[in-house]
Design a protein around this ligand. Structure first.
Ligand SMILES: *[C@@H]1O[C@H](CO)[C@@H](O)[C@H](O)[C@H]1NC(C)=O
Ligand SMILES: *[C@@H]1O[C@H](CO)[C@@H](O)[C@H](O)[C@H]1NC(C)=O
Ligand SMILES: *[C@@H]1O[C@H](CO)[C@@H](O)[C@H](O)[C@H]1NC(C)=O
Ligand SMILES: *[C@@H]1O[C@H](CO)[C@@H](O)[C@H](O)[C@H]1NC(C)=O
Length: 702
């Protein structure tokens, strides 16, 4: 089949010169498809978590592991990589280093232009992997281990995808998912023009868009879907690393298609990717005052003037159950769309990428001239959201215990008059665009990128667009393709891949910005941020449709060598007198019924001695009477297990781990044991592995 770009190209031949690549043929929707998954779980102890900006929220174990899920998609000429990361946001520095590593292995095949990294935005993830100061304050600077785990895991997932590329098809479907998301700043949304709001049934996007990847015989090999909802089902009191609701949905989907495999180890990969979730919370019971149980003040989300008491809750009895319910709903909708997906993508694979200086763009919005600004954060940023009220108490920074914070606090700048005017009506808390000590606080230069796979266009946005911002952006991009490619093939579908390639906080509409909720306060380039992106992505869409090149744009800095770490590493580990590493402190019971919880405590080393990437800190093992071996039935990547780490003495470097296993209803009766794998560090800084093993116990039907 001759693809429709060719038809268009003939029509356009008088206007533009058709590049060789538009003349390719796609064999009836046959693509080169590769799938890979790899572990990116960062340090499980004593590292601040990224998302809620809560100083006291540090890692204390693992609920389930985090992965990079990579998909190579190509035609005869081009290939693109879409990778969905179970973490807080894509980092510019991570992307630069991932591309560097890929180019060392594969030459020019992969570059920043055709690789798209998009995050699920779980808030239960170790911090310290971004390169700009604002995003490193809570973690007391850069955390090399978090960063390395991400770079190495992402590269590994893409390598794996690269190695198993095969011919196959891509089917798509879309549908609405209700009861998994609500708007957390409805009064800002209401400030959008009435006529615009009238066009939509809801104040959040309920659409899930899904791709089903198969081999040539239509056997499923992978799945990607996009649905907009924050990764905040786990709240800011959680200290266990978790993929939150999307991570749970991925686990479920993958376990379904990879029967009897350990999470992260099966061939089928299912990504629940993020979209325009800026103002979308999974805590669908909405906010209420935790002291009185009454509704919060709607415009300020406060209770009696205090933001810390206004919290939104999910549908479950606790945050674990809420994560499971919101994950389960996404999983079920995806399963339904996946089963029914029968429309095939056809047409070439294309991509376009350009860096832009977002602080310096002239826009025309609603008939008036405007301009973007240097970055700045407003006061409401410090208040946080109903998903996690902030304790970003910068104004009272003197009582803070963060040494990194103290270091930078004294260099805070008063915002200039021009910045105040440009950012109006935002009251500026942090003039980040005018702060450069010890290095840049927020980016000016961000990447913009489009991937096109047949009639699907993926818009990679380096931040968190709100519902309406995402709708405007999708529509604007679609219009360009519709006008440029009229009558040439399938209708263009546009999805937003949020939190992609770099992070620059939020993107609200101009009207939402006026209300200055948390999202508006965190829209860093001022009221015209969205319009600047719309112009940019329209330009990219136009060039892609006409197969024209764009310039590279101004390059972002690589600040790796300038990073500062004030977080101390592991000094040494000690076992209490008369005890040894891996010794059982509190043992299991002899017998458990299905549905109950097994619990065991070990003398441990520090989890930062070795992250056990692609491995595990624990196994649940079942004795096989036929093979006479202990078979692993669960690891620290399973939902049913929890790995908790506790310091018991700082002076003597002593710690313990508590491992729990909630015996699932489908567990086979039999004899089991639990093991703990760790590493200990002695005073000479030598790190050695150890293993601990619980007593055996029986699991019986309940
Ligand atoms: C939505 O969720 C709530 C709470 O979990 C439940 O009571 C209700 O039946 C659900 N509604 C729909 C339409 O699924
Ligand atoms: C977090 O969730 C737990 C239930 O799992 C609840 O008790 C607690 O109040 C919540 N805290 C916040 C700050 O949301
Ligand atoms: C857009 O322009 C119209 C007409 O000039 C005006 O009434 C409206 O308030 C403007 N909207 C915004 C958001 O500036
Ligand atoms: C395994 O074999 C032992 C000894 O032959 C027997 O007592 C036990 O019931 C068997 N367990 C299972 C789960 O079959």
């Amino acid at each position: 089949m001759v693809n429709f770009e060719w038809v268009k190209c003939v029509a356009l031949v008088a206007m533009v010169s058709c590049g060789v690549t538009v003349l390719t043929e796609t064999r009836d929707g046959v693509y080169k498809l590769g799938i890979g998954i790899a572990d990116i779980t960062g340090p499980a102890a004593e590292i601040n978590m990224m998302g809620y900006a809560k100083m006291s929220q540090t890692t204390g174990g693992i609920h389930f592991r985090q992965y990079s899920r990579a998909f190579v998609i190509g035609d005869g000429n081009n290939r693109v990589v879409f990778a969905s990361l179970d973490n807080g946001m894509a980092s510019q520095l991570v992307k630069l280093e991932v591309v560097k590593a890929l180019q060392e292995k594969f030459g020019d095949l992969y570059s920043e232009k055709n690789v798209l990294l998009s995050s699920t935005h779980t808030h239960s993830t170790p911090a310290g992997f971004l390169q700009y100061v604002l995003y490193l304050i809570m973690s007391q600077g850069f955390i090399r281990q978090t960063f390395d785990a991400q770079v190495e895991g992402i590269v590994k997932s893409i390598e794996r995808a690269h190695e198993n590329v095969q011919d196959g098809h891509i089917y798509w479907d879309q549908g609405e998912l209700h009861n998994a998301s609500i708007n957390r700043s409805p009064n800002a949304y209401e400030n959008n023009p009435h006529d615009e709001r009238e066009k939509f049934n809801y104040n959040v996007d309920k659409d899930m868009f899904l791709l089903k990847l198969t081999d040539l015989e239509n056997n499923p090999i992978g799945m990607i879907n996009w649905f907009a909802v924050h990764g905040t089902s786990m709240n800011n009191t959680n200290d266990l690393i978790s993929g939150d609701n999307k991570g749970y949905a991925s686990l479920k989907f993958e376990q379904d298609l990879n029967k009897d495999t350990i999470p992260g180890k099966g061939p089928f990969v299912a990504a629940f990717a993020q979209s325009n979730e800026g103002d979308v919370t999974p805590n669908i019971l909405g906010p209420r005052c935790i002291d009185t149980g009454l509704p919060c003040d709607t415009s300020s989300s406060t209770c009696d003037g205090k933001n810390e008491n206004c919290i939104a809750f999910g549908p479950g009895k606790d945050m674990f159950e809420s994560t499971q319910i919101i994950g389960q709903r996404q999983y079920e909708k995806a399963k339904e769309l996946f089963t029914g997906a029968s429309k095939k993508l056809q047409g070439p694979v294309q991509f376009i990428h350009q860096y832009i200086d977002m602080s310096n763009i002239a826009v025309n919005y609603n008939g008036t001239e405007g301009h973007t600004c240097k970055p700045a954060m407003g006061y409401s940023f410090a208040a946080g959201t109903i998903d996690g009220p902030g304790d970003f108490n910068f104004q009272q920074g003197t009582t803070s215990s963060s040494s990194f914070w103290n270091l930078v606090r004294d260099f805070l700048k008063r915002p200039s008059e021009s910045l105040k005017q440009c950012q109006h009506p935002k009251p500026i808390l942090l003039a980040t665009g005018e702060m450069s000590f010890p290095y840049k606080w927020q980016p000016d230069i961000v990447p913009t990128q489009l991937l096109k796979i047949g009639s699907l266009v993926i818009v990679a946005v380096p931040g968190e667009p709100t519902t309406m911002a995402g709708r405007r952006l999708r529509q604007a991009v679609k219009e360009v393709f519709d006008e440029t490619l009229t009558g040439s093939g399938d209708e263009i579908k546009v999805v937003i891949a949020g939190l992609s390639n770099a992070y620059s906080s939020y993107i609200t509409t101009y009207e939402e910005y006026q209300v200055q909720r948390y999202e508006g306060a965190s829209t860093i380039y001022g009221p015209h941020t969205l319009q600047a992106y719309i112009q940019q992505y329209q330009m990219l869409a136009n060039h892609l449709a006409l197969n024209l090149e764009v310039s590279e744009g101004p390059l972002p800095p690589n600040l790796l060598s300038r990073q500062i770490t004030l977080k101390p590493g592991v000094i040494y580990d000690g076992a209490p007198f008369g005890r040894y590493f891996g010794e059982v402190v509190e043992d299991v019971d002899p017998v458990y019924a299905v549905g109950s919880q097994v619990r065991v405590t070990f003398v441990s080393g520090h989890p930062r001695n070795n992250l056990q990437l692609e491995r595990t800190f624990l196994t649940v093992e079942r004795w096989s009477n036929t093979t006479h071996t202990w078979d692993v039935v669960a690891t620290d990547a399973n939902w049913e297990t929890k790995f908790h780490w506790h310091r018991t003495s700082s002076i003597f470097g002593e710690s313990r781990v508590i491992i729990t296993w909630d015996i699932p209803s489908d567990a086979s009766p039999g004899t089991y044991r639990i093991r703990h794998y760790g590493h200990k560090k002695n005073l000479l800084q030598v790190i050695r592995p150890y293993v601990g093993t619980s007593s055996e116990f029986d699991v019986v039907a309940s």
